[in-house]
Design a protein around this ligand. Structure first.
Ligand code: NAX
Ligand code: K
Length: 273
């Protein structure tokens, strides 16, 4: 599995949409794949509020809302931001949701947001994805703080809104998710101590990107248990520890011997002499 920066993900999406020719199928795929995961986490008995922004992360949110609504979930959408700011693809998916008789509330400032924000226990967060720039502005900042305060279950789409995708610290405020369903590939900030806890439990959904496109734009690979096992040489059942070479570990530090201790332990566990 590849790990991407925001820039790499944009390049991968762009190539997939323009050169391979997926066009706006990619957003439909993304929203549907996320919705499928959500059915495993949230039951139909729970009323769900989907908070969407005006960018493409919000477009994913509209597809998630429509997909769940059409299979019998109790869904409402709260759009944080003016209709005029909706990107064309987002406007398209908003209209599909409305045509399916879905309900959308539009909140353009703190006041309308406070007004619509009552009893939002289960929230899908599609306010901002990898397109975050600078410190969080209003009314998104208020939306994030209300969601964090009130909601008992928060599922973020792609990344928790307000969190940087790459290395870097939190600029102001971010969604503290219980689950995050990330699109295409894990993002760098999932592995950075100052940001990883915001993700809660995370999962990755595949939306139609080809592996060669990932290889074209990134070379950062996540070593999963399966990948690790594939790279290990096969040992005969009768093998002796001396049959597989000897390991030499050089390192150490007077007051921080942890890395050395772990390397030795790993060597022992893999059967080194
Ligand atoms: N067609 C596509 O391009 C695809 C996009 N995808 C989704 O699109 C996302 C990226 O979309 P975008 O590039 O449109 O960006 P986002 O939707 O992540 O963010 C842009 C939106 O956030 C707002 N925003 C940014 N910084 C802000 C700040 N500091 N304070 C308040 N508001 C702020 C912007 O005004 C804009 O409305 C991904 O995370 C993913 O969820 C996926 O659906 C795959 C396909
Ligand atoms: K989000």
């Amino acid at each position: 599995m590849f790990i991407v920066t925001a820039k790499e993900m944009y390049d991968i999406d762009h190539y997939t949409m323009q050169t391979i020719g997926y066009g706006n199928l990619l957003m439909e795929n993304a929203g549907r794949a996320v919705a499928e995961k959500i059915t495993k986490i949230i039951s139909k008995e729970e009323p769900i509020s989907v908070f969407v922004g005006t960018g493409h992360n919000g477009g994913d949110g509209y597809v998630v809302a429509r997909t769940l609504w059409n299979i019998g979930y109790d869904i409402e959408v709260i759009q944080v931001g003016e209709n005029e700011k909706l990107k064309p693809e987002v406007r398209f998916h908003k209209q599909l949701f409305i045509n399916c008789r879905g309900t959308v509330h539009v909140a353009v400032d703190d006041e309308t947001l406070q007004h619509v924000f009552t009893n939002k226990k289960v929230v899908i967060d599609a306010l901002i994805g990898i397109g975050l720039t600078e410190n969080i502005r209003e009314p998104i900042a208020t939306a994030i703080s209300l969601i964090n305060k009130e909601a008992e279950m928060i599922v973020s789409v792609d990344i928790p809104s307000g969190l940087p995708s790459d290395e870097g610290n939190l600029s102001s405020i971010a969604i503290q998710a219980h689950h995050t369903i990330t699109i295409g590939a894990p993002k760098m900030s999932m592995f950075i101590p100052s940001t990883e806890d915001f993700y809660g439990n995370w999962d990755v959904v595949s939306i139609g990107h080809s592996p060669f496109v990932f290889e074209k734009y990134t070379n950062r690979i996540m070593i999963t248990k399966e990948l690790f096992q594939q790279t290990m040489p096969r040992r005969k059942k009768s093998a002796h520890k001396g049959d597989h070479g000897r390991g030499l570990i050089i390192g150490g530090c007077d007051n921080m011997p942890g890395a050395l201790a772990m390397a030795v332990k790993a060597a022992l566990k893999t059967g080194r002499d």
